[in-house]
Design a protein around this ligand. Structure first.
Ligand code: NAP
Ligand code: ZN
Length: 348
């Protein structure tokens, strides 16, 4: 069985070790990718800490993958060796249910096969992109446009599409007022993408030192969420609030910031996901709360092409493999996404 070198968490609480992981021999529709870069998503940390009680160890995290095709199966038509490609959070789905048929594989009724810590259709456990190579069915491989650098494009594969999808779906454009809560990996791309779509964007965060960056990314203003007076002054303002914070917030306060018919979109995933709100916070202004999970394959390609057209990529800090454990600890201080330079992995 071919192998790849990978950064692996052997068990909950254990440190990263450099190991060999198996990558299957190519099936006719498979693409083998030499990974160049992998973003460090907060979800990797949730899985590493087993926040949601469903991590399969040993775990190789990473679902913001970019690299170059090294080999393709006999039936592959869309990719050839040398192509610049990406892989996001999904590597499989049933392919036949309603959501799959409409290009929303992330809502596959059987559950999509996640890029790591998931049971694949052949019974094996998937292992992600903190590794030197990966084998993925063509259907889940994305083309990275030539104008996007492979390092700063990597975070688009998860963070980018996770914010793009609800912004697009909920009609973000000129005349809409969008609030983005939290400016980390997802949030900074939310600001950039919503601004380019033409919305008036407000960044709501607990880190005033990020204000100048928020304005540079296209926000019209920064509001400090630790100042209840500043927050209250925004009452009824937004059409859409994009909540990227990985912790529980007071939903009634957030709903009060929405105008008539406004929508609170939760994409942040707290360790304790149970939340409550007052029904009157909704019905008093026909407000809604929705959740959103990443994006479909077609939509991810659309997002990559959109970002290339508008010259948008992630703000990144490239790190060597040896710094991944530190990066996990310092995630809230990232400006704004750590991206692992896979060339620094070394050999086990
Ligand atoms: P991140 O880079 O760590 O950014 C999170 C930001 O939230 C921080 O930079 C901070 O911004 C703000 N924040 C406020 N309160 C916080 C708290 N108590 N702890 C930590 N951060 C806090 O995380 P990310 O990669 O953007 O991911 C954000 C969340 O989205 C995670 O829960 C992740 O699992 C989830 N996620 C969901 C999907 C999906 O499909 N729905 C996809 C990817 C990730 P300020 O300093 O500006 O306040
Ligand atoms: Zn992610």
């Amino acid at each position: 069985m071919p192998t790849a070198t990978a950064l692996c968490l052997p068990a909950k609480g254990a440190p990263f070790t450099l190991t060999a992981v198996e990558r299957r021999p190519l099936r006719p529709d498979d693409v083998r990718i030499d990974i160049a870069f992998c973003g460090v998503c907060h979800t990797d940390v949730h899985f590493g800490h087993d926040d949601w009680g469903r991590t399969l160890f040993p775990l190789v995290p990473g679902h913001e993958i970019t690299g170059v095709v090294s080999e393709v199966g006999a039936a592959v038509t869309a990719f050839a060796p040398g192509d610049r490609v990406g892989v996001g959070c999904m590597v499989g789905s049933c392919g036949t249910c309603g959501p799959c048929a409409s290009g929303e594989e992330q809502y596959c009724v059987e559950g999509f096969v996640a890029t790591y810590s998931a049971r694949d259709h052949d019974g094996s456990v998937t292992q992600g992109g903190y590794s030197s190579s990966i084998v993925v069915a063509e259907r889940f491989v994305l083309a990275v446009p030539d104008t996007l650098p492979l390092d700063s494009a990597a975070p688009l594969l998860c963070a980018g599409v996770t914010v793009y999808s609800p912004l697009r779906r909920l009609g973000t454009g000129p005349g809409t007022r969008v609030g983005v809560l939290g400016m980390g990996g997802l949030g900074h791309l939310g600001v950039k993408i919503a601004a380019v779509m033409g919305a008036e964007v407000t960044l709501l965060g607990r880190s005033p030192e990020k204000k100048d960056d928020a304005l540079a990314f296209g926000a019209a203003r920064f509001v400090d969420t630790r100042d209840s007076g500043q927050v209250a002054a925004l009452g009824g303002r937004f059409d859409l609030l994009l909540n990227t914070v990985p912790a529980s917030l007071d939903l009634d306060v957030l709903l009060g910031l929405l105008g008539l018919g406004g929508t609170l979109v939760n994409v942040g995933a707290p360790a304790d996901p149970v939340a409550s709100y007052n029904t009157f916070s909704l019905l008093s202004a026909r407000r809604g709360i929705v959740g959103s999970s990443i994006g479909g394959v077609r939509e991810t390609q659309e997002m990559l092409d959109f970002c290339a057209r508008h010259g948008i990529a992630a703000e990144i800090e490239r790190i060597p493999a040896a710094r991944v454990a530190d990066a996990w600890q310092n995630l809230p201080r990232a400006r704004y996404r750590y991206v692992i330079d896979i060339a620094t992995l070394g050999t086990p």
